[in-house]
Each structure stands twice: as structure tokens, then as C-alpha cells.
Write a protein that binds this ligand. Structure first.
Ligand code: AHM
Ligand code: MG
Length: 336
């Protein structure tokens, strides 16, 4: 019996990330394909980084390089390798005007804008949670894509757009399997790398975060210097029998929350009064994904992350992010 593609159940179709991107492009006939090429560069980067992460111990590329990045944090050898991989794959894509990385002090301008050509800015944290590598823990790549605004003003001006303007965002989790999670503003889809054939296979569409999960994710070692509202929330959560889960890699913690529910907090601390996490490389892309899956993301004052007007590319923010019910709890108990 012959099946037309529309008659064949979605659950039985085999769709790769590449096929998914083309499918989305077909649904938007005005799309030039430029954007799809950028996503394909990110998918190739993810496969290369996954391979380097898996072989890191054997190739002796664990540990630090002995330098610090622009934020004064120790760079791991694989931070530098992953950064290079992303820069080198994205540099070849005509549609990329500018890239900005957590590991580079200034954004890199690849192409100027030309009339009638749509170009994009790609921002990324190449290897989030990289100190987990030495102990074989999970790490991730986070990316955010903004439309390039042209060449007027300072180059950074094109990057300094609020998260609500992101045209796509995603992350790659290098865990017990390699997972690619993507949103282009139309729900959240999930792909798993099949190492046998080297392709990301679509395994979930339109993910929605479950509610009712009594789990919080926070570095409680910093508790004494958390703001009073966060301490009040933790007292309340513990009195209600909440569980605690914290991996030290935000991508892994957020992936658990996307699939199971709960809330992640990185408040301001004595060591990091503005919060530790970066607005443009971490908070914005993860907030877009979480909101697209029905969740919420706010800063220490309860402001929606995606509405924050950025003033610097490496700006930091306190962050509360996760299932809508659990973020609301943090806000309600904290305010009380
Ligand atoms: P990084 O981008 O330098 O790796 O820092 C971000 C990471 C997050 O993945 C993680 O949630 C957090 O830092 C852990 O920080 P801490 O050890 O202070 O709890
Ligand atoms: Mg990071």
C-alpha cells in the first residue's frame, strides 16, 4: 500500500535535524535558506564538539589552558577547542554577519551588510559547565540568533537587542547521549545524535514542561549570601518536601526541567553580586526555549528575562527559570 506523506503518522516518520530545518523552510516560502544554512553549521559544530568531548581524556585535552577568558574565568582546553569549532563552521556561512562568544572579548564581524541581503548575528557559550569535563560530567553548547540590523552605529548595537527579538535559540547537551534542542519561535523540538549514522534524529516535537514537579536546582553552597527572598523560598520549599538537583552545568539542569519540570535559580551572591550567568549567551536563549515550552524566566526583581534591554554583550543577570508553576512559587513565596 502506498502512503502519501500527509497520511503517514508523524510518530513513524524518520526526520533528521537537516530534514526538519528544510521542512520549516518549506513552510515559509519567503525564506531564502540563509537561516537554514546557519542552523546546519550549528548542527555540524555540535557533532564535532560531541566527538571531541567523548575523546577528551584519550587525547589529553582535559584541564585548563592556563589562561582566563574575558570574564576572568579559567579557560579549559575544550572551551577553546569548542569556541574554534563554532567560529570556523559559522565563518563559512554567507548569512552570518557577526558572531559573539562568551570566550571572546569582542564580537567578530565576518561580513558587512549588503542591500537586500538578510544576515544574522550568532551568539554562543561554546562549552557551558566545562569544569564538569574532568569528572566525565555533562556539558553543553548554548546559542542565540538575532537578525543583523545593518552597519549603522557601533557593531555591538546589532547585538544589543532584548531576548524577545531572538529569531532562534537552542542548546546541545553532551550527556549520556548528545541532544540538540531547538526553537525558531514555533515550539520546542528535540533531536538525538545517532552515532551510528552521524545524524541528529527528531525524537520530540512541541515539548511542554510538566507542572507539579517539586524540585529546585540551585548551588546551596552560596545560600548565606542569597537575597532574603530566595532564602525564604528555600525554607518554604524544604518544608514542603522538595528535592534538590544540581549538576554544575546549566544546560543539563535545564534539560531535566524541560522534560520533568521544576525550577533552576542562580541568584546574586556575595561573589557575583550581578549574578553569575550571562544574559546574552545563557539566560536569553534558555529563556526563549523555556517560554516556548510553556515555562517562565525572570531576573532577581521578577522582570521577564526576554524584556531586559541589554547594555553590554557580557552582561550578567540573576536568573529564576523553569516550569511556570514553580517560577510562580519562587516569586510568590519570595515576595511574602
Ligand atoms: P560557565 O559558562 O563558565 O561554564 O558558567 C556557567 C555555569 C552553569 O552551567 C552552571 O549552572 C553554573 O555555572 C555553575 O556555577 P557554580 O559552580 O557557581 O554553581
Ligand atoms: Mg556558560
Amino acid at each position: 500500500m502506498e502512503h502519501t506523506s500527509s497520511a503517514y503518522p508523524d510518530s513513524l516518520r524518520i526526520t533528521t535535524l537537516q530534514g526538519h530545518i528544510l521542512e520549516q523552510q518549506t513552510a515559509h516560502p519567503q525564506a531564502s535558506g540563509t537561516f537554514s544554512w546557519i542552523l546546519s553549521a550549528l548542527s555540524i559544530s555540535a557533532k564535532i564538539i560531541a566527538d571531541r568531548v567523548r575523546r577528551a581524556r584519550l587525547e589529553n585535552v582535559l584541564g585548563s589552558v592556563g589562561t582566563e577568558n574575558v570574564q576572568g574565568e579559567v579557560q579549559q582546553k575544550l572551551d577553546v577547542i569548542a569556541n574554534e569549532v563554532l567560529l570556523r563552521t559559522l565563518a563559512g556561512r554567507e548569512g552570518v554577519a557577526m558572531v559573539a562568544s562568551e570566550e571572546n572579548e569582542t564580537p567578530i564581524i565576518l561580513r558587512n551588510s549588503s542591500p537586500g541581503v538578510t544576515r544574522y548575528c550568532v551568539l554562543f557559550d561554546p562549552l557551558d559547565g566545562s569544569s564538569n569535563l574532568d569528572v566525565c560530567g555533562a556539558v553543553g553548547t548554548i546559542f542565540s540568533i538575532l537578525a543583523h540590523r545593518g552597519d549603522s552605529g557601533r557593531p555591538e548595537d546589532s547585538l544589543l537587542q532584548p531576548g524577545s527579538r531572538q529569531v532562534a535559540a537552542g542548546y546541545v547537551l553532551y550527556g549520556s547521549s548528545t541532544v540538540f534542542v531547538l526553537t525558531t519561535g514555533n515550539g520546542v523540538d528535540m533531536f538525538v545524535l545517532d552515532p551510528g549514522i552521524g545524524a541528529f534524529m527528531r525524537v520530540e516535537r512541541a515539548l511542554k514542561i510538566p507542572v507539579g514537579n517539586k524540585t529546585y536546582s540551585v548551588n546551596e553552597g552560596n545560600r548565606q549570601s542569597f537575597p532574603a527572598d530566595v532564602q525564604r523560598y528555600l525554607d518554604w520549599a524544604q518544608s514542603q518536601g522538595y528535592s534538590s538537583r544540581y549538576t554544575g552545568a546549566m544546560v543539563a539542569d535545564l534539560h531535566r526541567i524541560l522534560l520533568k519540570g521544576g525550577v533552576f535559580l542562580y541568584p546574586s551572591t556575595a561573589k557575583a553580586p550581578e549574578g553569575k550567568l550571562r544574559l546574552m549567551y545563557e539566560a536569553n536563549p534558555l529563556a526563549m526555549i523555556i517560554e516556548q515550552a510553556g515555562g517562565k524566566a525572570v531576573d532577581g526583581a521578577g522582570r521577564r528575562i526576554l524584556d531586559i534591554p541589554p547594555s553590554a554583550v557580557h552582561q550578567r543577570t540573576p536568573l529564576v527559570i523553569g516550569a511556570a508553576d514553580q517560577v510562580d512559587r519562587v516569586l510568590a513565596i519570595g515576595a511574602g
